[in-house]
Design a protein around this ligand. Structure first.
Ligand code: PRP
Ligand code: ZN
Length: 289
């Protein structure tokens, strides 16, 4: 497709697919439903979305087949591709971890010495074992690693754990953590030479930053006696000073502020004690600061 659009690669089917599409929609992009298609073009932005196996994304971005991609740090470090990380996206958090059969007990890392560990992350695992001076046999498997112990192919596994459901289903449990991962936005090193594509990318980044910031912030509204305004201002964790609006009752004011979403439950009682009433907390769609 040589239409000049920016090309973004995302995971075809897996942990990151829905959340990546949600992020793009939160950026105001009109994207039709994916329905197993390989490429979708946004209806209101110069962006083509390529759906690929996540393991292949770093290489496609390195070679410039896709200009940018969304991928887990796990895949990125395993593949050792030459791309640059341009944003951490804050979702898709998971651990690459050693896992053992539920019936076994392992207390020390040394107990992995001489054991066979199946994984589709041989590079990260070997580095980890080397660093910890463990001499184990790494069995490389490209998919469905979790069934390796029951097939007798390996004693233990090293795989991604997100909810832990896959391990549970296979009667395995998490042992030592090897690597922490979240979704990142990566770009082809060559993209900076392409003026048109850089312009689209910068435009997209403004929207992504706004959507990410909005996700961690909330809009707080309340009524308060004028006399406790200073106290309330001190309680509010907002970065900017709050908006104060007059009310029909001139001893009262309305206070509006943008606050970090996770702070609300630590301050709501203090606000009430200071005389605030009618406290409302609203989501924010986008935030340009
Ligand atoms: C990973 C991993 C497990 C699953 C773990 O797959 O291989 O199958 O996620 O998640 P859970 O703890 O929530 O059950 P991924 O989405 O990377 O797909 P892939 O292995 O097909 O690349
Ligand atoms: Zn994967």
């Amino acid at each position: 497709m040589l239409n000049g659009n920016l090309k973004l690669a995302i995971q075809k089917k897996g942990r990151l697919t829905d959340k990546s599409l949600l992020l793009l929609r939160n950026c105001g992009l009109d994207i039709e439903d994916y329905n197993e298609r390989l490429i979708i073009t946004s209806r209101n932005f110069e962006l083509d979305i390529l759906f690929l196996r996540d393991d292949d994304i770093p290489e496609y971005v390195q070679d410039g087949v896709a200009d940018i991609g969304i991928v887990g740090e796990d895949v990125l470090y395993e593949r050792k591709s030459e791309v640059k990380i341009i944003r951490n996206l804050g979702y898709g958090r998971c651990k690459l971890a050693l896992a053992i059969p539920e019936s076994k007990e392992i207390k020390n890392l040394e107990e992995f010495n001489g054991q066979r560990i199946a994984t589709s992350y041989p590079n990260i695992l070997k580095l980890f074992l080397e660093k910890n001076k463990i001499n184990a046999d790494v069995v490389e498997i490209s998919g469905s690693v979790e069934i390796a112990p029951s097939l007798g192919v390996a004693d233990y596994i090293c795989d991604l754990v997100s909810t832990g459901n896959t391990l549970k289903l296979n009667k395995l449990k998490k042992s030592f953590e090897v690597f922490s991962s979240e979704a990142v936005l990566i770009a082809c090193n060559k993209i900076s030479a392409d003026k048109e594509k850089m312009e689209i990318l910068n435009n997209l980044l403004v929207r992504i930053d706004s959507a990410l910031k909005a996700k961690t912030s909330k809009y707080l509204m309340m009524n308060a006696p004028k006399s406790s305004l200073d106290e309330i201002k001190n309680i509010l964790p907002s970065l900017k000073s709050p908006t104060i609006l007059p009310l029909a009752d001139d001893t009262m004011v309305a206070v509006h502020a943008v606050i970090p979403a996770d702070k609300f439950w630590t301050i709501h009682n203090k606000l009430k004690d200071a005389g605030a009433s009618g406290i409302l907390l609203l989501p924010i769609d986008n935030m340009i600061v």
